[in-house]
Design a protein around this ligand. Sequence first.
Ligand SMILES: Cc1cc2nc3c(=O)[nH]c(=O)nc-3n(C[C@H](O)[C@H](O)[C@H](O)COP(=O)(O)O)c2cc1C
Length: 475
Amino acid sequence: MTAPVKVYVSGDASALSVGADDVAQAMETMATQRNIELVVIRNGTRGMLWLEPLVEVETPAGRVAYGPVSLEDVPSLFDANFLRGGEHSLAHGLTEKIPYFARQERLTFERCGVIDPLDLDDYEACGGLTGLRKARSMAPSEIVDIVTQSGLRGRGGAGFPTGIKWKTAAEQKSEKKYICCNADEGDSGTFADRMLMEGDPYSLIEGMVIAALAVGADEGYIYLRSEYPHAAKVLRAAIKKWEAAGHSGQGADGAPAFKLHLRMGAGAYICGEESSMLESLEGKRGQVRAKPPIPAISGLFEKPTIINNVLSLATVPVILEKGADHYKHFGMGRSRGTQPFQLAGDIARGGLVEKAFGVTLDELVNDFGGGALSGKPIRAVQTGGPLGAYLPVSEFDVQMDYEALAERGAMLGHGGVVVFNNTVDMAQQARFAMEFCEIESCGKCTPCRTVQSIIGFSPRLRSRIICKPPFCMNA
Ligand SMILES: Cc1cc2nc3c(=O)[nH]c(=O)nc-3n(C[C@H](O)[C@H](O)[C@H](O)COP(=O)(O)O)c2cc1C
């Protein structure tokens, strides 16, 4: 008896929004009608969002891609014998050879869109748990050293060296420490955190357990943006399965079991700022705390706390698995490793591109992205979210790394790249960004207060705060 053919249809929110559920259902119905055995697996997305709903068929040569598939395309796909990789106008050949995908350097997102997100065996077969096993055989200080040597910097926006943060927390003498994952993902045009949590949740959980081993923590929280119900569902199921499999249990070195909780965010941009996030996690209003003390010394419930972005934590397993040198080998200058860039706005091929630091903005927008979807000339892109900058086409030669962008007066933020065509009034966009900042600001810091008084915005809704490095003590 031959094994049923495996068909992958993404269950990522981006794919669901364009009808992936209906396509998956239609595939199953048509297979039954035609007496064909097939298994539909709901994977995460590969990040080629313009091809969603993407349908991949497992063949002896590899997975063959078809997309974007609509309900009406399903009968013709069966007629074209797509279950054997047959020719069709929607066929793109082997997924891994599609130039957009083949040219990427996937480390953090290596498994995303490949595995069944909640299948722990699948996760392990694709390299999952290797990093944690290595970490369990090491002294906590060795784990911190590897993360430091890798050059990993926080992907939440500030780019602070992760190893230094971990060392500070590890040095604190306390019977209680916490690991908090910042999954508030509030920058405009960003979706990499969500994509990772929906497509490969165990890599985040594994990263948090490794962080706990490194600093001596036994409890953690994922603070998830309330607008991400699909990610919440996947994370809840993943935490349950992970704990049931005993992967949070005591290590050989007697490390304590790690208890992980999921908490939904309070729906404010400011709650992504780490000290507001701590307030919110403690059940209070999301307001910034004064620093010092930094959270690594006194954070959640006044205990030493590691706060890292989803991508920072999810990158730790691959660093442990492949070594600090392997990771450090990617990138340029002080920006080591890879960055998941998110292409959005008026762009032909929107999606996620994981590439070593140093790729130019032009390569991202034009080579990967294919220019504007509307076909109109591009006027500017926004990088770094509402607190970032608008870069005109004359700046497209900039290499995407923390320092190179700062030299041009821009910032990387969370890696979002939002494209605007030449019909967009950039002055209006700038005003919109400032209005957003004003609305989300409580005006506690001088720059926010000053900006508001200069540009004459009303002091309404000053219950929140926006902070921009280098001015703000909380950035
Ligand atoms: C207004 C504001 C909003 C922020 N929003 C987020 C966010 O949504 N997600 C995030 O990871 N970091 C956000 N940050 C950065 C965090 O304060 C913090 O630097 C980060 O979570 C630390 O993790 P990392 O070192 O892994 O980047 C924000 C900062 C500011 C000032």
